[in-house]
Design a protein around this ligand. Structure first.
Ligand SMILES: Nc1ncnc2c1ncn2[C@@H]1O[C@H](COP(=O)(O)OP(=O)(O)O)[C@@H](O)[C@H]1O
Ligand SMILES: O=C(O)C1=C[C@@H](OP(=O)(O)O)[C@@H](O)[C@H](O)C1
Ligand SMILES: [Mg+2]
Length: 169
């Protein structure tokens, strides 16, 4: 399949994990906006949040989305907040096939609870935060999605298989 494939969805949906594996299967290059920001700045996402606040991170994220969506024939994993800004949504929609990886809040919480690398979840009620983000963002992910893939209870191998079937149709 020609063209870019772009993953969107909440933290813990599997964008980075599934995106990397799909790229390998399809023999495409893989990029992840968070990883690329970290590689270029030499610091972590939590550090950027600490020093520049969420607003500073969002600026870097928008620039990275602009740049990486200019590439051709790649798999791109975005961060969960990439869809917050309308301009990013337009860029993402126009850049290829967009897959919204979906999971319920309980699963997202299970998958992220031991990870210290998501500043928005470093508080005393990460589950409530995920709930709030789900309400706010689910419509935005839907707005940009070509396909919605439910990852609920599915191992990564099944999700990959399902995506490959969808995009080959
Ligand atoms: N379908 C799945 N089932 C179980 N665990 C998963 C699944 N998809 C991802 N994970 C795990 O959840 C965690 C978050 O995945 P990640 O790819 O970083 O998500 P995202 O980039 O969407 O935030 C990782 O530990 C990953 O191994
Ligand atoms: O949802 C968000 O606002 C964020 C998601 C993270 O990426 P993942 O969705 O890959 O965890 C990362 O970009 C940052 O911590 C902010
Ligand atoms: Mg990720």
């Amino acid at each position: 399949m020609d063209g870019n494939i772009i993953f969107v969805g909440l933290m813990g949906a599997g964008k980075t994990t599934v995106g990397r594996l799909l790229a390998k299967h399809l023999n495409k290059s893989f990029y992840d906006t968070d990883q690329e920001i970290e590689r270029r700045t030499g610091v972590t996402v939590p550090y950027i949040f600490e020093v520049e606040g969420e607003a500073g991170f969002r600026k870097r994220e928008s620039q990275m989305i602009q740049e990486l969506t200019n590439l051709e024939d790649v798999v791109l994993a975005t961060g969960g907040g990439a869809v917050l800004c309308k301009e990013n949504r337009e860029v993402i929609k126009g850049a290829g096939t967009v897959i919204y990886l979906r999971a319920n809040v309980h699963e997202l919480w299970l998958r992220t609870r031991n990870d210290k690398n998501r500043p928005l979840l470093q508080n005393n009620n990460p589950r409530a935060k995920l709930e709030e983000l789900f309400e706010q963002r689910d419509p935005l992910y839907r707005e940009v999605a070509t396909y919605i893939v439910d990852t609920g209870g599915q191992p990564v191998s099944n999700i990959l298989h399902h995506i490959e079937e969808q995009i080959n149709q």
